[in-house]
Ligand binder design. Structure first.
Ligand SMILES: [Zn+2]
Length: 233
């Protein structure tokens, strides 16, 4: 009986290792998805900044078009001025010309100020572009590392599975059956536990007199009545 318990403990070690490799493998897709999310966010930051810059350039174009339309109006008034006969009309037109010339000049001042802002935004986008490229390169490195880890874990998994299978083949059916049942029931490891005095080493509840006496002279696997784990002294 003792030999079967020892073999079960070996199997349990192999299975725990297998589970650890599997859980590390299961983490990788989540990790890769997180990196993909970070990459998408970085790309979006850059494209948002570029879109904002483009909007500024379009606004600047619109400002210039508006000023030019006003300047065209002034030019037209100046032509009309040459053809004006009446003094009143002449004065009125001249007033309009002065007014619109002043407005066009103010508008040009506004355009120049705005141009400085565009230059600043342009520099900021250039800086951001370089930062984002660096971040993307860093994230790509993380992806490469995760893929390397995955390849390594895949190799380890195959080997660990073969070792666990070999360890299972060593176990007699009456010991293998409760072990498989506990494992299939997703019982938290360890599932083969040493007694702690009169307590189960898994659930820490006191074992019955019957269980305790079975443990003294086992004729087969002895299970905890509370949690079902396989017990040994
Ligand atoms: Zn128990």
């Amino acid at each position: 009986m003792k030999v079967q318990i020892e073999k079960l403990l070996v199997l349990q070690d192999k299975d725990a290792r297998l589970a650890s490799i599997q859980s590390q493998l299961d983490e990788i897709p989540r990790h890769l998805a997180q990196i993909a999310g970070e990459k998408a966010a970085a790309v979006k930051r850059l494209s948002d900044a570029r879109a904002a810059l483009k909007a500024m350039e379009e606004k600047r174009e619109a400002m210039r078009a508006e000023r030019r339309a006003l300047e065209a109006k002034v030019a037209k008034y100046k032509t009309q001025l040459l053809e004006t006969k009446k003094n009143d009309d002449y004065v009125a037109l001249n007033g309009e010309i002065d007014k619109f010339t002043k407005i066009a000049s103010d508008m040009e001042g506004g355009e120049i100020e705005f141009l400085f802002k565009i230059d600043e935004a342009n520099e900021a986008v250039k800086k951001l572009d370089s930062d984002v490229q660096n971040e993307l390169a860093r994230l790509d490195e993380k992806v490469a590392l995760a893929n390397e880890a995955k390849a390594e874990l895949d190799g380890m998994l195959g080997k660990a599975q073969a070792e666990a299978d070999a360890a299972m083949a060593e176990i007699e059916p009456d010991y293998a059956a409760p072990y498989k049942k506990l494992k299939a029931g997703k019982k938290k490891f360890p599932i083969v536990v040493q007694m702690r005095g009169e307590q189960c080493g898994g659930c820490f509840l006191k074992a019955s007199t019957d269980t305790l006496s079975k443990l003294k002279k086992p004729t087969g696997p002895v299970m905890c009545e509370q949690c079902g784990r396989i017990l040994y002294e």
